[in-house]
Design a protein around this ligand. Sequence first.
Ligand SMILES: Cc1cc2nc3c(=O)[nH]c(=O)nc-3n(C[C@H](O)[C@H](O)[C@H](O)COP(=O)(O)OP(=O)(O)OC[C@H]3O[C@@H](n4cnc5c(N)ncnc54)[C@H](O)[C@@H]3O)c2cc1C
Length: 491
Amino acid sequence: MDIKIIGAGLGGLAASCLLAHKGHDVTILEKNSSPGGKINEISIDGYRFDTGPSLLTMPFILEKLFEYCDTKISDYLDIQSVDPICRYFYPNGIQFDCYQDTCLNTAQIQEFAPNDVQAYKQFISYAEQLFERTKDAFLYNPLYGLSDLGNLDFTDFFKIDAFQTVSGRIDKQFESKELQQFFKRFTTYNGSSPYRAPATLNVIPYVELSLGGYYLDGGMYSLIKALTSLAESKGVNIQYDTEIKQINTVDDTIKGVTDGDGNIHSADIVVSNSDASETYLSLVNKEDISLLKRKKVANVEPSCSGFVLMLGVEKSYNALTHHNIFFSEDYKQEFKQIFEDKVMPEDPTIYIANTSHTNPQDAPEDSSNLFILVNAPYLSDNIDWEKEEKRYKKQIIRKLQEHGLTDLSDHIKYSNTITPKDFYQKYRSNKGSIYGTSSNSKLAAFMRPKNKSRSVKGLYLVGGSTHPGGGIPLVTLSAFHAVELINRFEE
Ligand SMILES: Cc1cc2nc3c(=O)[nH]c(=O)nc-3n(C[C@H](O)[C@H](O)[C@H](O)COP(=O)(O)OP(=O)(O)OC[C@H]3O[C@@H](n4cnc5c(N)ncnc54)[C@H](O)[C@@H]3O)c2cc1C
């Protein structure tokens, strides 16, 4: 079959490999001049930065992708475990190095929160149970039709802790403010608020703490280089600088797509890696989907966005490891500002990836490549990014200096920012969201756009805005689901 894929983000590339391996004739049409979407990199003056993800979890899902294509991931990528996974700095001076080894963690907790040592162990086992109960239903399942629900144990649905919030559950478990803040942080991995998202998302700490945190030798962009090379080896044609403006149909059935220059690309099947809201609201003809569906898509709450500051610094900071978090004083207020007030938090939690700690070639000698990320609200009229960008950059640098990165501003040799506006303009992500849709409601897992359109025959969707969600492992799963549905409905 002739398959056109809109977008060479992770979802589009993964789907292209799987489909081309099955013998389909696959072309990816990408608006930008390089592949990867939000997974990208900048190299300048000896500094290299990944501009998107810095942490890989569940690498076995990527392994499965390469295996499906009859090849070995180790021929393409060197996956390395990062330990400590992350260093946490609290406003009161406590520092917590989180390792994959529980004993190393509990030894530190014994020092700063002795009453919570047992609670920590219990929480990890509760999170593991959540993972076991949710993985088949919500991750490894396309959740498209009744047949997908057939093998599921419905009693599990009542045991996934969906009736309280992440925060509510954590506050009951831990006495220490430090551990409360630590465990609430994981909800941001899918761009949601711990004060609104269901406690089911407490599954995320299990994924990182027990299944591990990983990094790719050479940087996260190696993943995109590997997938591009795998796709091309399977015959996939990638056409860059080609923005798709319309999905063409006749009688609600796919016929192809039209690009910005008016060229028509015919297709039997279209897989859209463009954000689902963009696909349904801007690319599909209005007549092809019902008003109800359009309203439903328009009402899906995007995940949060991010404010990224990349600093090439002629100094190295011994306090920093590979992944670092500087927590805010008042977490609840921070999330209120991001998700309710939709303004930048006055006192943000700051994440820093300092990959030159692991990959010295990412920065010149005695220098650091600091990738700094702060959660930001998705785009609204509340922030004018033309004005806010400079002000906020100064605020972050000032705060990091107060937290021990002394003289930071005097040693900056390169700096660049990415704002929520850029995430929309560059990648067409819904309101600049970085993880697709939020999980800020109990039903979010069921509300996410499916990997096959029910309105347009032959239209499939992949990527972080679709089922099962954002982040590298889930986006890769979205490609598997789309391909499974193509096999089911088209062959
Ligand atoms: C700052 C940041 C940090 C992150 N950290 C992590 C992390 O540590 N770990 C993790 O697992 N995940 C992380 N993520 C999330 C992860 O990067 C995303 O979930 C994932 O990369 C999204 O992939 P996608 O397939 O949805 O495609 P996208 O990256 O959204 O790419 C879509 C592609 O489609 C193209 N496109 C869109 N519309 C059109 C059109 N009309 N015509 C042609 N082309 C089009 C775009 O140009 C783009 O190339 C992070 C993301 C960001 C931004």
